[in-house]
Ligand binder design. Structure first.
Ligand code: ADP
Length: 502
């Protein structure tokens, strides 16, 4: 079986968040299960240079009116995962972010950039671009790849089966309707039963509407998506397609996130011996100019600085955290006003608060290794990888009870502590008061070294590897392939099916 995994990010070539990690790890895990996997990514500034074993497999001086395009076959460095790079010098090769310019404004031509990406995905998978290469399954991810299922659904005759994964329903890729014609999308799909969304054109809706099967990245988020509170306006459509929707938990690539063999760390460690973790804490305090106090709990916040990640609430809680005798280090990038407020807070509390603005993969590893507690609150959280990384590094997470956080962190309550199943601290309401009450529980346990050590051991030993989840994806790929390919994508008749979300 040959599958094309379509994603706007893949680690280590292009990353803004968890999507990149998943787009490297899941295809690798599926390859091990015997699927011939390759990942299609845009060729951003630097992506092509960093890729290995490059060869041009298709070239057009003007592809569907989007300008010159080349399709490059390559591999990820080190891991050798096969990738296809869409090289459009005018649309993708520019300095700045993947989706935004240096000032944090969305690129004005995002609709065209990702329309091109989807056209290439569809045509490559159909065998129209590279001789003797076509896919049996197309696995499209998030809004950037949402038009691919729509393009394939419009094909008469043989086509690959499509699976669409929602990593975050809040990012929808909605653009003004007047652009539709120029995007070269199926003419009859611009209506409310198609890709139209309140007059605009929605890439995410297209993926949800036209894919043969749907997944999202945790069971709890799959259920939440069906509600107006979390569905971001697409809950009605998702309820209509509920029988095609599966919640499959994301996994961790323990080759990349392994405290026992992590070249970013000053010293490695494992659950049985945490001497190296103590060194990591000392070194991190030194690096961040925090007071060199091994007894003082060190909390970290590693995140995109957005409303989702409750950056505002973390800022609000800073004085109280310092008051409680803890240190806080943050590493993040996002809304400029939030960045500024973190920098100001760091000046106000020297030695107790450190703020690093920017995106730094190596530093993120050192944060997870050197900290005692991860502050990881979210207003909504499809899966969340950060808390899984922290747990493996013996850093206990403080999280909101929402989405994938619910599915992955076991709150340290009386019973779970007794049973030895606790792995972190969970709170209900997304506000500073509730978060601080949870922080208090964490700090109280931190003051009991033996009990803390037990929870740390449990958190480090939990297995969130990809094996089980990759098998579940394979089962879905298999559903798509046997009858070939002509799968009917008509909507489910019953808008509220009785079957639970799997
Ligand atoms: P999301 O994808 O919503 O941002 P996840 O928890 O699923 O959240 O994944 C976040 C990923 O991005 C993790 O790999 C985390 O370590 C990384 N990350 C977030 N912010 C930064 C940063 N400023 N520097 C380095 N890594 C970061």
């Amino acid at each position: 079986m040959r599958a094309l995994y379509v994603s706007s990010e893949v680690y280590p070539l292009a990353k803004t968040g968890g999507l990149a990690d998943v787009s490297a790890a899941l295809p690798t895990a599926l390859s091990k299960l015997g699927v011939e996997m390759s990942v299609l990514v845009p060729g951003y500034h630097g992506t092509i240079r960093s890729a290995a074993a490059r060869s041009i497999r298709f070239e057009s001086t003007d592809f569907l009116g989007f300008g010159p395009v080349r399709l490059i076959a390559a591999q990820t460095p080190d891991t050798g995962l096969p990738i296809w790079i869409v090289d459009s010098p005018t649309l993708f090769r520019r300095s700045g972010g993947l989706y935004q310019d240096e000032q944090g404004r969305d690129w004005p031509d995002n609709a065209f950039r990702f329309a091109l990406f989807n056209h290439i995905a569809a045509q490559l998978s159909l065998g129209e671009l590279v001789a003797n290469w076509r896919a049996d399954v197309v696995h499209a991810n998030d809004w950037h790849a949402g038009m691919t299922p729509a393009l394939l659904a419009a094909v008469q005759g043989r086509r690959p089966g499509t699976l669409f994964t929602i990593h975050n329903v809040a990012y929808q890729g909605v653009f003004p309707g007047y652009l539709y014609e120029g995007l070269r999308l199926p003419a009859n799909a611009f209506n409310s039963d198609g890709v139209e969304f309140y007059g605009g054109v929605s890439f995410l809706k297209a993926g949800i509407r036209y894919s043969d099967l749907l997944t999202t990245v945790s069971p709890t988020y799959a259920a939440e998506l069906l509600t107006p509170e979390y569905g971001c306006g697409l809950d009605g459509l998702l309820r209509a397609r509920q029988r095609k929707l599966y919640g499959i938990l994301n996994g961790v690539d323990y080759h990349v996130w392994n405290p026992g063999r992590d070249s970013y760390l000053p010293e490695c460690f494992d659950p049985g011996n945490l001497a190296g973790k103590r060194t990591c804490k000392t070194e991190l305090q030194r690096e961040l100019l925090l007071e060199p106090r091994s007894d003082m709990p060190l909390m970290v916040y590693v995140s995109r600085l957005t409303d989702q990640k409750m950056a505002d609430v973390v800022l609000e809680a800073i004085p109280e955290i310092v008051e409680r005798g803890a240190q806080l280090a943050m590493l993040g990038k996002g809304e400029p006003s939030i960045e500024q407020r973190f920098l100001e807070a760091a000046q106000k509390y020297p030695g107790r608060l450190a703020a690093r603005i920017g995106y730094d993969e190596a530093l993120a590893h050192r944060f997870h290794a050197g900290a005692d507690i991860l502050l990881h609150p979210s207003r909504f959280e499809p899966c969340g990888l950060t808390q899984l990384y922290a747990m493996r590094y013996g850093t206990l997470p403080v999280v909101t009870r929402v989405g994938g956080l619910t599915d992955t962190v076991v709150d340290a309550g009386e019973q779970t502590l007794r049973l030895g199943t606790a792995t972190g601290f969970v709170f209900q309401y997304p506000n500073a008061q509730a978060m601080l009450a949870c922080v208090d529980r964490a700090l109280a346990l931190y003051d009991q070294p033996l009990a803390w050590r037990k929870v740390q051991y449990q958190a480090m030993s939990r297995d969130f590897g990809w094996d089980v989840s990759a098998q579940r994806y394979l089962a879905l790929y298999n559903k798509l392939v046997p009858d070939g390919v002509q799968i009917d994508v008509t909507m489910d008749a019953d808008p509220l099916p009785k079957t639970a979300v799997r």
